[in-house]
Design a protein around this ligand. Structure first.
Ligand code: AMP
Ligand code: MN
Ligand code: MN
Ligand code: MN
Length: 290
């Protein structure tokens, strides 16, 4: 007997994912359609340092009958470390936020040149042109350099490109200044949004550094923690839920989906928020106009 395809049974919420406006594989339209197919009803597009994908995503969301939350994932720093601050339900027409993102985009262009020059010296030619082509007019990220290294046969996997070339301190690494965490939170607040500390377990901090990060985030006006990410194991969810309770933070849920090559992730596939954590989406005002 043929297996009957079951309808999606997830919670239908995904507040962290990427499109071709940054390092996602799908266009904003394709991403929204894919999310709808997975049963997502509430979706935030959160590209790295850009909101350029939002208008197309919004148009597609209307067609697919799902609610799009305008978002962005800001590259920030705290004590020389890079942290990602997701802004949810931001008003994309806010001048402070737009000007801030423009600065980060400028940093991305400069850093891409430095990375390309380092790769050139390592024997990888035309890296800037190739990364630019892969970025399809969106922000150039390390993911694009990673993809070109795999395409060129220099590395076997994206993981390996970070381990050998693109990770912090490696041969083709170029540091960026990004923006102080507190400033990123201010931009999000100025845009009427909620600042979420993204994938807190991915920073692999010591217990002390982890605690300091959360204290700093809270003090700077951060309001939510991404308790459930696409990569979260049950123990990670528990730890983050404990942190959310302890620091009085709302909880967010997002896959951090970039494309089908992350075969272990699905849109809407992050674990559900534990019952006693207040969902960040309960604080969203009426749907925003994009
Ligand atoms: P960037 O913001 O340009 O420095 O690029 C960071 C992006 O690279 C992240 O958002 C991930 O999508 C990707 N990334 C970082 N580390 C890894 C890794 N070890 N393997 C695969 N992708 C990674
Ligand atoms: Mn990314
Ligand atoms: Mn991130
Ligand atoms: Mn992300």
């Amino acid at each position: 007997m043929d297996a009957v395809r079951q309808p999606p049974t997830g919670h239908g919420i995904d507040l962290h994912c990427h499109s071709t406006a940054s390092d996602g594989r799908l266009t904003p339209e394709e991403l929204v359609a894919a999310a709808a197919k997975e049963g997502v009803r509430l979706l935030a597009l959160t590209d790295h340092d850009t909101m350029d994908g939002l208008p197309a995503a919004q148009a597609s969301a209307q067609t697919c009958g799902i609610t799009l939350v305008p978002g962005v994932e800001i590259s920030a720093r705290l004590n020389q470390r890079t942290l990602h601050i997701v802004g949810l339900n931001v008003n994309p027409q806010t001048p402070t936020l737009c000007a801030g993102l423009a600065e980060l985009q400028q940093q991305r262009r400069q850093r891409a040149q430095t990375i390309a020059a380092k790769l050139e010296r390592l024997g990888v030619g035309d890296a800037l042109q190739r990364a630019t082509l892969l970025a399809r007019g969106g922000q150039i990220t390390r993911t694009h350099f990673a993809r070109l290294l795999v395409d060129a046969g220099v590395c076997k996997s994206l993981q390996q490109t970070f381990k050998r070339y693109l990770g912090a301190g490696k041969a083709a690494y170029a540091a960026a200044q990004w923006v102080p965490m507190a400033q990123a939170i201010e931009w999000i607040e100025a845009a009427g949004g909620i600042a979420v500390l993204a994938h807190p377990m991915q920073y692999r901090l010591s217990a002390t550094a982890h605690r300091r990060m959360l204290e700093g985030f809270r003090e700077a006006g951060g309001r939510a923690l991404e308790v459930c990410s696409g990569n979260s194991q049950p123990a990670d969810v528990q730890r983050c839920a404990d942190d959310a309770r302890h620091y009085g933070l709302l909880g967010s849920v997002g896959s951090d989906f970039h494309g089908p090559e992350q075969y272990w992730l699905r849109l809407g596939g992050a674990p559900p928020l534990p019952d006693d954590i207040t969902p960040v989406w309960s604080r969203f005002s009426t749907p925003r106009r994009i």
